[in-house]
Design a protein around this ligand. Structure first.
Ligand SMILES: [Zn+2]
Ligand SMILES: [Zn+2]
Length: 131
């Protein structure tokens, strides 16, 4: 686990009840308040992601805890949603493990992760070595 200080993510919270706003698929996380506000002001709608005004009644809020991002300990690739090109953020280690396991990622005894291609490669070389 890296201990580098990462700023907690920002999310957009609905003004009405304070719950985290999603875009219909997931709750978007932002690295800065300015970035979140830009989205809330319609930049995202302009990019065609959501309907204009979708985030009109939201306010940027910083999360209380840092998110977890799973990275392959072999090739360094961050776990992301297939084809989405965005790293998936997790709240807990349990969450992270359960989700990445569904995509054939593995967790080694030392707690590091291996992406699916690296898992396959390790299995192949392991088999080759034992022959
Ligand atoms: Zn996050
Ligand atoms: Zn890998």
């Amino acid at each position: 686990m890296s201990s580098s200080a990462v700023e907690n993510c920002w999310i957009l919270a609905y003004d009405s009840d304070g719950t985290q706003a999603d875009n219909g698929e997931f709750v978007p996380h932002f690295t800065t308040e300015a970035e979140a506000r830009k989205r809330a002001d319609g930049a995202w709608a302009a990019e065609g992601g959501v309907a204009p005004g979708y985030f009109a009644y939201t306010t940027p809020r910083q999360l209380d805890q840092p998110c977890l991002i799973v990275k392959c300990g072999c090739c360094g690739k961050a776990y992301d949603e297939e084809g989405e090109g965005r790293s998936v953020h997790f709240e807990t280690v349990e969450d992270a493990r359960a989700v990445v396991a569904e995509d054939e990622w593995t967790v080694l005894e030392d707690g590091t992760y291996r992406c699916e291609p690296c898992t396959v490669a390790a299995e192949l070389s392991g088999e080759a070595a034992s022959r």
